[in-house]
Design a protein around this ligand. Structure first.
Ligand SMILES: N[C@H](CCC[C@H](N)C(=O)O)C(=O)O
Length: 275
């Protein structure tokens, strides 16, 4: 068997290691994911995207390809909005898919995608469902938030001060009765005329420069607080800007996707991490 191919890519600087594994042969253990994502002992990333045929993982999907997403700590999450865009960029650039509009399988369900001429990607992200309210505590300061499910769990807090002032180095406290599986925590400033500014502390990762599902949750929460469930907004995150659309029963995320590099993992290193 040749070396284990990988690629490195990002969507608004939420970065990923991509592992082409069409037949699902790689033993992708938590230890291997955590090592790959470690920025000193591995390649460094916020998550891993394994590219595997839906049939190879026994998933019923309209899409030939399934995105097997893992967080940097090795945990599995239902969906990754920035990751899907990078996943799509690779499938198209590599010629594995010849169309520009197709469907991707994910743990949150099938997601129709469209790659645009400029390399940006639009993802149908499914419903962004408001599920209640809760509280998070950041460096001793409590914030109330709107709970939103985008296939994965989020708590979105509107912050009066500039979100750049928040200290997100440590895991903010949250109510594990409300979020027994953990939660992605978004903090937003309302910039007016359909524009938000956001920072995020991601479940299973820590602070990231962007979180695609988080931007969808943020716009859904902002619209909900304004008394509606339909609208569009730009979201400025530290890693760039995306456009989010919310409608009843669905949402869209549009943003850039970059492939940075490709290479081979050292097989002795990989084997040494234990299968
Ligand atoms: N950390 C998230 C998954 C990755 C989400 C984020 N990277 C995105 O772009 O949506 C979770 O555990 O639900």
């Amino acid at each position: 068997m040749g070396g284990i191919e990988f690629l490195k890519g990002h969507g608004t600087q939420n970065d990923f290691v991509l592992l082409p594994d069409p037949d699902g042969r790689l033993e992708l253990t938590e230890a291997r994911v955590a090592a790959l994502c470690d920025r000193q002992r591995g390649l460094g990333a916020d998550g891993v995207l394994r590219i595997v045929r839906s049939a190879a993982v026994g998933v019923e999907s309209a899409g030939e390809w399934f995105m097997d997403y893992r967080n940097a700590d090795g945990s599995i999450a239902e969906m990754c909005g920035n990751g899907v865009r990078v996943f799509v960029r690779h499938l198209v650039d590599s010629g594995l898919v010849s169309e520009r509009e197709f469907v991707i399988g994910t743990r949150a369900g099938d997601r129709p995608v469209q790659m645009h001429a400029d390399g940006s990607v639009t993802v149908q992200m499914g419903p962004a469902t408001i599920t209640g309210t809760s509280v998070t505590v950041v460096a001793g300061q409590p914030f109330s938030g709107v709970a939103v499910n985008v296939g994965n769990p989020h708590l979105v807090s509107v912050v009066e001060d500039d979100v750049d002032e928040l200290d997100l180095r440590d895991q903010p406290d949250f109510d594990s009765d409300v979020f027994p599986e953990g939660v992605n925590l978004e903090f937003i400033n309302l910039l007016g005329d359909n524009a938000l500014k956001m920072r995020v502390h991601e479940r299973g990762v820590g602070e990231t420069r962007s979180c695609g599902t988080g931007t969808v949750a943020a716009v859904a929460a902002a619209l909900h607080l304004a008394g509606t469930d339909t609208g569009e907004a730009t979201v400025d995150i530290p890693g760039g800007q995306v456009i989010v659309g919310i409608r009843r029963g669905g949402s869209t995320l549009t943003g850039p996707a970059e492939i940075v590099a490709r290479g081979e993992l050292d097989e002795t290193w990989w084997a040494g991490l234990g299968s």
